[in-house]
Design a protein around this ligand. Structure first.
Ligand SMILES: [Fe+2]
Ligand SMILES: [Fe+2]
Length: 406
């Protein structure tokens, strides 16, 4: 392989000049410097990409392709990002890495008896009202206030944070497991909270703690409305993708991006929890008319889960940047700081495309061109992000969710 162009690192520093023959040693250097792509003489990325699919039965590929393209029906099929995502999804299907979206109860049981919700009409329901009225939603346990204060205070000491987190033994244990999981991939074990705080950082660990603990708040939603395991799988996957994408943009405190991904669809839990029947009505409507779920939600509630989630985080006095990422993940161009909501926007699309877990959406949300341009990335980054996320997901999911839940 011969370099067709000069090769630079992420900061633009020249690493190798055009014409260099890539040896094993050169490839190791590229890896060390975090180089993820290079132009090779006589080889286009389209050649590489399509040759991978050549190894499979064309009839099977055509079948997978049709069903994948159906899920992308709200996207521009000629867009380079969508073309690449469709290719990756078809490849995943061909490799037998099937999605588990079918585990979600796609067929809402509106006709069956759901006593808790059946008396509510699927019109004029206002989820924001529940945020104000229910204590569980309007106030968070004290630990969040302390964590929030620690995040807001730039000079919080290791001792301050350790002191807050260690009061909750379950949280401390879970955080240590996250720190020792594939999420960080540290070569040696981190045994104590104080070491975890000093290695990861006070604000970073507090943000992570906040997200990890919030999972416990919605734990009693009837399983005939949503499969919580699937919901959190989608959310954790979105968080992992967001953190990886943020790393490519050299964003500091990528834990914040993970937590935003983890909470991005939390507005849906408010609806599923308090307005189950109306939510199922929206899911059915979206399914029957092949609409995106967040648009069907607007028909039923006059607002969507992103706005509900943003309002909930506001009520909880979470950091504004988290609130923004949640509130604008379907419309990042409406946020003042567009970069971070754009990352969650793309991470959500990736998580939906991978089809692992689900928060109720059957289709792939539309990619906003403005968001993609704002990220300034190339489509090659998508396969690397998905591969990396795949490697981390099971480990992180086991630690955060499956540990103490059925
Ligand atoms: Fe969403
Ligand atoms: Fe989502």
């Amino acid at each position: 392989m011969v370099l067709a162009d000069d090769l630079t690192d992420r900061m633009g520093k020249l690493l190798m000049t055009k014409g260099t023959v890539l040896t094993e040693k050169n490839l190791k250097i590229c890896k060390m410097w975090g180089v993820i792509e290079a132009q090779i003489e006589g080889v286009s990325s389209d050649d590489v990409n399509s040759s991978v699919l050549d190894d499979y039965d064309p009839a099977a590929i055509a079948g997978f392709s049709e069903s994948v393209r159906e899920r992308f029906c709200h996207n521009d099929m000629d867009h380079p990002v969508i073309r690449e995502l469709v290719r990756l999804c078809v490849l995943r299907a061909a490799e037998g890495r099937n999605s588990d979206a079918d585990d979600f109860r796609w067929e809402p049981r509106l006709d069956e008896e759901t006593p808790k919700h059946s008396k509510k009409k699927p019109v004029n329901a206002n989820p924001l009202k529940f945020i104000g009225e229910h204590t569980k939603l309007s106030t968070l346990p004290d630990i969040y206030k302390h964590l929030s204060a620690a995040i807001a205070k730039p000079n919080s000491s290791t001792y301050d944070i350790e002191n807050v987190i260690s009061k909750d033994t379950n949280l401390s244990a879970r955080l240590l497991k996250v720190v020792n999981s594939a999420f960080y991939g540290y070569p040696s074990r981190i045994d104590t909270l104080s070491r975890a705080v000093s290695i990861i950082g006070t604000r970073q660990l507090s943000t992570l703690a906040m997200g990890v603990n919030i999972i416990n708040i919605f734990n009693k939603i009837p399983s005939d409305i949503i499969n919580m395991k699937m919901f959190w799988k989608h959310s954790i996957l979105c968080g992992i993708c967001a953190r990886i994408l943020a790393g490519y943009k050299n964003i500091q405190n990528t834990e914040r991006m993970f937590t935003a991904g983890l909470l991005h669809d939390i507005g849906r839990l408010v609806c599923y929890n308090y307005l189950g029947r109306e939510s199922l009505y929206a899911v059915t409507k979206a399914k029957n008319s092949r609409r995106l779920l967040y648009l069907a939600e607007r028909d039923v509630f006059n607002l969507d889960h992103a706005l509900i989630g943003g309002s909930l985080l506001n009520k909880w006095q979470m950091p504004l940047s988290l609130e923004d990422m949640v509130r604008y993940h379907h419309e990042p161009e409406k946020s003042k700081n567009q970069l971070e909501p754009s990352i969650i926007h793309l991470a959500d699309i990736l998580a939906n495309a991978m089809g692992i877990g689900t928060s109720g959406e059957r289709l792939i949300p539309s990619l906003h061109e403005e968001a993609w341009l704002r990220l300034g990335m190339t489509p090659n980054i998508l396969s690397l992000t998905i591969e990396q996320a795949d490697r981390q997901l099971e480990d992180v999911f086991k630690v955060i969710f499956a540990d103490d839940k059925p």
